[in-house]
Design a protein around this ligand. Structure first.
Ligand code: MAN
Length: 571
């Protein structure tokens, strides 16, 4: 090679290193975009793009960083803040940090970032394939968008219809509420009017009963005083003396071991002895808490003959309706009792106050067959039941109301029932109004297009959890290994950016995270043919992110024939 040729060759390599040639049309330094090309076109000098310095043009891409903004080295990795532009013809142009230039890794699909690296031969130009794939994807998106757009149209119709319907229903409910409120007031008046006399009559009845009870109690107290007097009057001479009192150390007023005559007399109103009247008047009150009246010993009644064995088994059973009429409505227990009474008519039940002892029946048991034993046992059970029943009703139970009071109670009961019925109806209407107003209060999109999602729930499962979104209501998580649902938040608001507000929902105030915030969830929405949860993740602890597709967001109609897939908003 001649010396001249050699220099020419070196010059060409240098030029190709510094510049890129675009279709032979314009030359601009390597790593500079077409639009920035003119800024580098002066052959003598170059001014850094931030205006901070002007340098000779020969210093552009000389692998030495002069400009603080890195613009003098767009095609080398000399400037830390430099940016390399890949044209990526057939795909999308791209800026990469110039530190990635010739680093052995292919960043640009046209391989232009590895122009002077051993990896150059390994970096194929994949821009055309990527461009094609992107076109297919865009085309698919456009098809989905157009289909979703039609569905959205339908959503809008439904949304607006429902909005109108809801408004009408709300008005109707409010009218109904007004009417029922009036009716409730009327019923309340009737109830109050009925309850006043009822209350008076009941109080009167109770007061009379209290009076009777206190009279009875006074009577009993008098009897107890008389009994005590008689018991204390040891010699039965009609007087209780302090000596007789001294026989009862439990009456010692200061509860010491020594019960003195003075103390005994102090109980007898400072007298040595008292007659019954004075005892009842002054003494009994002082000692009644300490003195125990000797319980009466009741005589053991003679045990009557045990019941006769029941009728032989082969006796024909009583036919239905054969008994007297009152027996027809008896319960099983009562029937059983009545049958016994028929069998043991001769027995006076009061003679059986003491339970029969087994020994008393032994002889009988020996003689009787098994049926007889069984009957005796049942008879005793029946008698015990009756006794318990009797014990339940005592003299201290208030007697039934008189018929006038009963009528007043009945009238008030009826008025209460009518009032309650109207009141319940009113509450139901109020509840319906509140539910409806809550539903209507939700922002369902500019054209009500999100209405079909309201009240619907969607699920997504990963390996560990099943996530659930009930649109405009709540988000939750349930472990696949069991356990209860964890709230990830309740409907909060639309949280997309100002120009795309309806692209993101926010659910807040979920179950508190241990040592962390209340759980919350963001739902990122994008256009799709169906309402479907597509993913769920937890980018930060207890902060969740769902992705979801919905036709409600397919708001563009794309002309697939024009090749321009950007679409336009339908007005
Ligand atoms: C549960 C789940 C998780 C969450 C932890 C936090 O296991 O709700 O998603 O990260 O609690 O303790």
């Amino acid at each position: 090679m001649k010396l001249g040729d050699f220099y020419l060759q070196v010059l060409l390599v240098f030029i190709s290193w510094k510049f890129q040639v675009n279709n032979g049309q314009s030359e601009r330094p390597r790593g500079v975009s077409l639009s920035n090309g003119p800024l580098y076109s002066n052959n003598e000098y170059f001014t850094c793009l931030d205006g901070s310095l002007t340098i000779p043009s020969s210093k552009v891409n000389d692998d030495y960083c002069d400009c603080t903004d890195g613009t003098d080295e767009p095609g080398t990795s000399a400037c830390p803040s430099g940016k390399f532009h890949c044209s990526n013809r057939g795909f999308r142009p791209l800026y990469i940090p110039s530190s990635r230039v010739n680093d052995g890794i292919c960043d640009c699909c046209d391989a232009s970032d590895e122009y002077d690296s051993p990896a150059r031969s390994l970096c194929a130009n994949t821009c055309r394939e990527l461009g094609k794939a992107e076109l297919v994807a865009k085309n698919h998106e456009a098809v989905v968008m157009n289909e979703g757009f039609e569905i959205r149209r339908n959503y809008i119709e439904r949304g607006l219809d429902t909005k109108t319907q809801r408004q009408q229903t709300l008005e109707k409910l409010k009218e109904e509420l007004e009417q029922i409120e009036q009716l409730k007031d009327e019923k309340e008046q009737v109830k109050d009017d009925a309850e006043r006399p009822e209350k008076d009559a009941i109080e009167k009845h109770k007061a009379a009963w209290e009076e009777v009870k206190s009279q009875r109690e006074a009577e009993r107290e008098k009897e107890r005083a008389a009994t005590a007097f008689s018991e204390l009057d040891k010699d039965q001479d009609g007087r209780v003396t302090f000596e007789e009192i001294l026989f009862h150390p439990e009456l010692d007023p200061d509860d010491t071991n020594e019960f003195t005559p003075e103390e005994a007399m102090s109980l007898l109103a400072e007298e040595p002895e008292v007659f019954q009247d004075k005892f009842a008047q002054f003494v009994w009150e002082k000692i009644k808490d300490k003195y125990s009246i000797t319980p009466k010993t009741t005589e053991t009644p003679e045990i009557p003959e045990p019941p006769a064995p029941p009728a032989p088994v082969d006796e024909p059973p009583k036919t239905e309706g054969a008994g007297d009429e009152a027996e027809d409505d008896l319960t099983i227990d009562e029937e059983e009792e009545a049958a016994f009474e028929d069998d043991y008519d001769d027995y006076d039940e009061d003679d059986y106050d003491e339970p029969l002892e087994d020994e008393d029946l032994e002889d009988e048991e020996e003689e009787d067959d098994d049926d007889g034993d069984e009957d005796i046992r049942r008879y005793r059970e029946m008698r015990e039941k009756r006794k318990q029943k009797k014990d339940q009703k005592t003299d201290d139970d208030m007697p039934e109301y008189d018929s006038y009071t009963k009528t007043l109670i009945q009238i008030a009961d009826d008025a209460r029932a009518e009032y309650n019925e109207v009141n319940d109806k009113m509450k139901e209407i109020e509840k319906n109004i509140s539910t409806l107003e809550k539903e209507m209060g939700v922002d369902l999109g500019m054209e009500h297009e999100f209405l079909p999602l309201q009240g619907e729930c969607y699920e997504y499962s990963d390996r560990e959890y099943t996530y659930k979104l009930c649109a405009f209501d709540k988000a939750s998580q349930r472990s696949k290994s069991g356990g209860s649902e964890t709230s990830l938040g309740k409907w909060g608001e639309w949280s997309g950016p100002a120009d795309n507000k309806y692209s993101e929902m926010k659910y807040t105030g979920g179950l508190k995270c241990w040592n962390g915030p209340d759980r919350s969830c963001v739902v990122k929405l994008k256009c799709g043919k169906e309402n479907q949860l597509m993913g769920a993740s937890e980018p930060e602890r207890c902060v969740y992110e769902f992705t979801m597709t919905t036709p409600a967001l397919c708001n563009k109609k794309i002309d697939l024939t024009s090749g321009n897939m950007d679409g336009h908003d339908e007005l």
